[in-house]
Unconditional design. Structure first.
Length: 189
């Protein structure tokens, strides 16, 4: 578990920001999240979605420019089922449903083909955000893409991060000498 974000500094930083904002609560409230406090290098990779119908439907409120660039589509304002179908829709819907049901972060990784024979690995961390004390109202996510050498398979992985996993990630940050509170100023190229 401690290597979950080993090669994904943007995910690690957004997770640390979310964790600091939630404090001792299950998840932070929407009013706790301030985009100005999030590293500007992360913003092009963000997805902000709102839950509808008790988590059964998801509408995209914001899609970062890097995500739009890689997927070729701006989903802003659209529901998930307007943009996807089949097995991919079922997989992505299950991720958002897990965020809503478990009120917990969900890590996802999938490998597939984009365009003509271009293999891509996409990694995401979905973080629940409340609007009031009861259920998640939104999901804040960061999504990254990489083009691996020699990849020729299709796979999907999903991990719901329970309290034990979150605590392990906190300890890993401390062992690595990272500060437990969020700080801005890191740059990625």
């Amino acid at each position: 578990m401690t290597t979950l974000f080993a090669n994904e500094p943007m995910m690690a930083e957004l997770f640390a920001y979310w964790d600091a904002k939630r404090g001792d609560r299950v998840m932070p409230d929407r009013r706790d999240i301030d985009p100005v406090e999030i590293n500007p290098a992360i913003l092009p990779h963000l997805l902000l979605c709102e839950f509808h119908d008790e988590g059964q439907r998801v509408r995209f409120r914001l899609i970062g420019t890097k995500v739009v660039e890689r997927t070729g589509t701006d989903y802003t304002g659209k529901f998930l089922e307007e943009m996807m179908s089949g097995g991919h829709l079922a997989y992505v819907s299950s991720i958002y449903r897990d965020v809503w049901l478990h009120k917990a972060p969900v890590y996802s990784e999938s490998t597939g083909i984009v365009g003509v024979g271009n293999h891509v690995i996409t990694r995401r961390i979905f973080l629940p955000i409340a609007k009031g004390p009861i259920a998640p109202a939104m999901s804040l996510a960061v999504q990254t893409f990489s083009m691996p050498e020699g990849a020729d398979t299709f796979s999907r992985t999903k991990v719901v991060l329970n309290d034990g996993a979150i605590e392990e990630l906190r300890r890993a940050r401390l062992v690595a000498g990272e500060v437990q509170t969020y700080s801005t100023g890191r740059d990625w190229k």
